[in-house]
Design a protein around this ligand. Structure first.
Ligand code: PGA
Length: 254
């Protein structure tokens, strides 16, 4: 991990904690953050209906992320919410293009690019996700697939906006499977992504953090984070308990 970039760990609570659990976990997280000494940035992404409670419980000490957003400002989009709605709640980050959204809800590269652009336009910080499936990896297409996903995102980001962008490399075969990428596999793709960042954003690319995601746990985080181009983690299952997320964050410190 580059010493120039403060590592960033975000918990993705997916469709789990409701209001009471969100409040309890955030209170526990806030209490534990001090021990990290500010050496790592931490955020959590609760269920959409719990975002307001989350912002309230965090008391400005833990940034809150949304798991998704619509790219339109307003309109006839039943069941959706906009960047402005999230910003109004005090939400700071928004995850876009998570592989579950790509696989189950039709979020293609064009939609992910529009969501990234909408987030930047509306003052939120996008965490844009990319990653290959097992079949794509086994077919030798990892870099072609990830490259296409990353290029679609970077096509809508200006160099001056680099500081507001986070990317997350999440191999689909590693998500929720207990089978994390090896540190070498992660570093190989992260170095490739960093090359693309430089190609599109020039020297400003140096500030963009690229998280690894996919079965990150307290006992494998340190090895993954020791890789020079891995700048933190997007954590699903292991983020549901505050203690576990804090242990991962502690392992990500430089
Ligand atoms: P996991 O999920 O940590 O449970 O594998 C990661 C993610 O989907 O962001």
């Amino acid at each position: 991990m580059s010493t120039a970039r403060v590592p960033f760990v975000c918990g993705n609570w997916k469709l789990h904690h409701g209001v009471a659990a969100t409040r309890a976990q955030i209170t526990e997280l806030v209490a534990g953050l001090g021990a990290l000494g500010g050496a790592v940035d931490v955020a959590v992404a609760p269920v959409a209906t719990c975002l307001s409670v989350a912002v309230d419980a965090a008391q400005g000490r833990l940034p809150i992320a949304a798991q998704n957003v619509h790219f339109a400002e307003k309109g006839a989009f039943t069941g959706e919410w906009s960047v402005a709605h999230l910003a109004e709640l005090g939400v700071r980050y928004v995850i876009v293009g998570h592989s579950e959204r790509r696989a189950m809800f039709g979020d293609d590269d064009a939609a992910v690019a529009k969501k990234t652009r909408a987030a930047l336009d509306g003052g939120l910080l996008p965490i844009a996700c990319v990653g290959e499936t097992l079949a794509e990896r086994e077919g030798g297409a990892t870099k072609a697939v990830v490259g296409k996903q990353v290029e679609a995102i970077l096509a809508v980001v200006k160099p001056d906006e680099a500081v507001r962008l986070t990317l997350a490399y999440e191999p689909v075969w590693a998500i929720g499977t207990g089978k994390n990428a090896t540190p070498e596999q992660a570093q190989d793709v992260h170095a490739f992504i960093r090359g693309l960042l430089h190609k599109h954003l020039g020297e400003k690319a140096a500030v963009v953090r690229v998280q690894y995601g996919g079965s990150v746990k307290p006992d494998n985080a340190a090895q993954l984070m020791a890789q020079p181009d891995v700048d933190g983690a997007l954590v699903g299952g292991a983020s549901l308990e505050a203690k576990s997320l804090l242990a991962i964050a502690a392992a990500c410190r430089r």
